[in-house]
Design a protein around this ligand. Structure first.
Ligand code: ATP
Ligand code: MG
Length: 170
């Protein structure tokens, strides 16, 4: 069985990681789509698709998980054709895992089986909370896998966010 999981992963955090580890244990292969792949260098979307790719693959490999494939997906800004757009870029999948109600509806309307995984500590494990902590000098490192800390440090992620906030305020 092949499963699909979609997120923006800005950045990849322990909530995503727990869910994907569970899915990877349940199915033969997980296709992980990086949504809004073209977006980066924005306060809500600071990281490039390549950076997010690195965060996800290093984190999963470090935990011994290898049955995943990562596919970046550009926005089409056209919900009615979005599932076809995703289908054009991924191998066939049997089931879609998502907590996003719009993604759930769009795939169900195309007759996909959709499962909604449990949320892990959603109060803290969210991309918005990680970005908020990075901007406020708080402990964001506790919310992401170790490999993500390394990638964000390597690319100067904290100073990038600070610069993005400065240019937003000018
Ligand atoms: P943002 O706050 O930037 O929207 P996010 O944490 O919601 O980030 P996304 O990349 O938007 O992350 O979400 C991808 C998928 O991961 C969504 O289906 C979302 O519901 C799910 N998800 C997010 N946080 C958790 C969590 N703590 N536990 C399980 N799933 C989560
Ligand atoms: Mg979200």
């Amino acid at each position: 069985m092949r499963a699909l999981y979609i997120g923006r992963f800005q950045p990849y955090h322990l909530g995503h990681h727990e869910v994907i580890k569970k899915i990877a244990a349940e199915v033969d292969e997980v296709i992980i789509c990086i949504g809004s792949a073209q977006r980066s260098h924005e306060l809500e979307n600071p990281f490039t698709a390549g950076e997010r790719y690195l965060m996800i693959s290093k984190s999963l490999r470090e935990d011994g998980i290898l049955n995943f494939y990562i596919v970046p997906i550009l926005d089409v800004n056209w919900n009615a054709v979005w599932v076809s757009h995703v289908e054009s870029l991924i191998p066939p999948v049997d089931v879609v895992y998502t907590n996003n109600p719009l993604i759930e509806r769009l795939f169900r309307e195309r007759s996909y089986a959709v499962r909604t995984p449990l949320l892990f500590n959603r109060g803290e494990y969210s991309g918005s909370e990680v970005r908020r902590r990075m901007l406020n000098g708080e402990n964001w490192e506790a919310l992401v896998p170790r490999a993500v800390v390394e990638v964000i440090k390597e690319i100067g992620g904290e100073s990038r966010l600070e610069d993005l906030r400065r240019s937003d305020e000018c």
